[in-house]
Ligand binder design. Sequence first.
Ligand code: FAD
Length: 304
Amino acid sequence: MSETSAQARTGSRASRLPAISFEFFPPKTEEMERSLWEVINRLAPLSPNFVSVTYGAGGSTRERTHSTITRILGETSLTPAAHLTCVDATRASVDEVVDRYHEVGVRHIVALRGDPSSGIGATYAAHPEGYQSSADLVAAIRRRHPDIEVTVSAYPEKHPESRDFDADIDGLKAKVDAGATRAITQFFFDNDLYFRYLDRVRAAGITIPIVPGILPVQNFKQARSFAQRAGASLPDWLAAKFDGLDDDAETRKLVAATVAAGQVQKLAKHGVENFHFYTMNRADLVFAISHLLGLRPNGARKAA
Ligand code: FAD
């Protein structure tokens, strides 16, 4: 594949330095909060486009997500994006969360359906008085606050509940038609999956950026369990790279940095210019990978 054709497919402009964003989850304890803030302070000088904070299953972290976002707004110059799901919630309660975000200055929401509270794999049923789908949620946010930018999810291996790829892409199209202007993908380890998905998305006339979600493997067993739950494949070659390292955290970290840096550098070489990192509230791997992409603290940038 030529770089030019990849850039045409990704809808990107020619540049050698990517834009990045970081995802955090809201801390449960004071100690976790202290540790998250060390991570945020370490990563902030890399000047990410935005940093997002997840919304726990079924809205379980509603207050913690809100307070993390508010603190980011108050204490840093970072642009926060608040994740929000509509599972198990009435329209009124979701609207209230959106209004509160708007009031404190949030202008970017990552809008999601969420997983059924009875667990992943259970049949999804929307709340009878709730938004019926992620597209429905996107439309409501945009209607209520046209100045809020809405990002949505995308699934290079299709969402496990999607009947097939066509149904999956139809769902993405509905979210874009409702006003979403960016999608972040579920993590993947095989770049070909992303490029094949991108071909399908572009063939369907969807032109928004489809930002690859990158999961540096901090912990292989945990990554395998995430992948199983998310319906993402974990290639044998990846398992082989971590084989025998269960009790060797130091080597694991070096391997993880090498694998993730290889993945993003190959994507960048093929014209991808935006990356979203699932940080798992840890800084070191993500900082190293960003450095290898040419990013330097406080806006100093080096061509990778
Ligand atoms: P949707 O847009 O709802 O669905 C994706 C596709 O699945 C649709 O296009 C459609 O083809 C199919 N589909 C959806 N619903 C049905 C149905 N009922 N029947 C048949 N097919 C269907 N979860 C959280 O709880 N909190 C978070 O903060 C969070 N952040 C996320 C961030 C990203 C970048 C990603 C990729 C996922 C995140 N998730 C989060 C997980 C997400 O909530 C789940 O994957 C959920 O199952 C789907 O919600 P969605 O909005 O991603 O997908």
